[in-house]
Design a protein around this ligand. Structure first.
Ligand SMILES: NC(=O)c1ccc[n+]([C@@H]2O[C@H](COP(=O)([O-])OP(=O)(O)OC[C@H]3O[C@@H](n4cnc5c(N)ncnc54)[C@H](OP(=O)(O)O)[C@@H]3O)[C@@H](O)[C@H]2O)c1
Length: 308
């Protein structure tokens, strides 16, 4: 079969012939890959840089995919650490880490959406107590995950969603998907009175936004829940002690590990339904897998989805 093969972490994978995957345990199944997206997690795991990665090179990257099994069912599958990822014509899935999709699902849309969308979906459903009417700030809203977070916060009944980012032009486009207000990082003080922050940025911009918001907050006794989901601006944020002492601020994280695999999987059918019925608008760019070397370094535009 053909696959994307990564032999060294400092160069993109190459499209090449590769041995067929083989199922091991009785929960494993060899499947045909229909669509597999290039997420931050995919690159981080391939580089051995993600906290959950253990696989050694060479490997086939790809952490999830829409696949078809020998039973003919369409599935969305998430892979554990493996040298046989989803950027291939065929791979091996653990059936217990997959969900069956409706037959009319669009594989490219589902593959593009599930990883970025589950970041806010799982955070709001499994990591915090999120009540209808809450005001939400999405920090780093112009990316795939942030854009979906705006929509998903609305889906779960947010009273107001403010989108924050560094690019005013890209922010403006978010009003079409439900952002009531859009602000750049230097104006974070304007979002001082939200109840929940979904933070994709972390690093210095998040710490600065946090202090600006706390400084301008009308009632610091009112709970503010800050959910760290991504860290595009840096792995560490210099949060001063006073931030935690001077307000009812609670900082939590949401991701693999802080939410169990079982709880994440339990959310996937409803999330897939929301993608299928258009509740969540998806920006996907299908690319032939043969072009993997060129597309590997794609930036933060439409999510690249490899089609073998
Ligand atoms: N915990 C989870 O469950 C989970 C799941 C999925 C993703 N994530 C994480 O969420 C983050 C975003 O993922 P994504 O799929 O949305 O990525 P993406 O589509 O590539 O978007 C990246 C976003 O980060 C912004 N950005 C990049 N560098 C920045 C900087 N130095 N300062 C401020 N903003 C910056 C970009 O802004 P511009 O538009 O201005 O370029 C864009 O909004 C990643 O860290 C990813 O690993 C976490």
């Amino acid at each position: 079969m053909h696959a994307a093969v990564l032999s060294t972490a400092d160069r993109p994978p190459v499209y090449a012939e590769h041995a067929e995957p083989v199922a091991g345990t009785r929960d494993e199944m060899v499947v045909e890959v229909l669509a597999a997206a290039l997420h931050h997690l995919t690159r981080a795991k391939a580089a051995g840089a993600h906290y959950s990665s253990t696989a050694a090179l060479p490997l086939i990257p790809g952490v999830d995919a829409v696949v078809r099994g020998p039973d003919g069912e369409l599935r969305y599958a998430v892979l554990d650490d493996t040298a046989y990822g989803t950027f291939a014509e065929r791979t091996v899935i653990d059936v217990r880490r997959s969900v069956v999709l409706p037959r009319d699902s669009d594989p490219v849309r589902i593959a593009a959406a599930m990883n970025p969308a589950m970041s806010s979906w799982v955070a709001l459903r499994r990591r915090i107590d999120f009540a209808t009417g809450r005001r939400v700030l999405v920090l780093g809203a112009t990316g795939n995950a942030g854009r979906m977070a705006v929509q998903i916060a609305h889906h779960f009944g947010a009273g107001q969603v403010i989108a924050c980012g560094r690019d005013a032009g890209r922010l403006a486009a978010l009003t079409a998907v439900g952002a009531g207000e859009t602000i750049t990082f230097d104006k974070a003080g304007l979002a001082a009175d939200v109840d929940v922050v979904l933070d994709y940025v972390w690093g210095e911009p998040a710490a600065e936004a946090m202090m600006a918001m706390l400084t301008h907050r009308a009632d610091r006794g009112r709970p503010l829940t800050w959910v760290s989901i991504g860290s595009v601006a840096g792995p560490a944020a210099p949060v001063p002690s006073v931030a935690l002492r001077s307000a009812q601020l609670r900082i939590v994280g949401s991701g693999i590990g802080s939410v169990s695999a079982r709880d994440i999987l339990a959310e996937l059918p409803a999330l897939a339904a929301a993608v299928n019925d258009g509740t969540i608008d998806v920006q996907a760019r299908p690319v032939p897998l043969a072009e993997v070397s060129r597309a590997w370094t794609a930036g933060s535009g439409d999510r690249v989805v490899f089609v073998p």
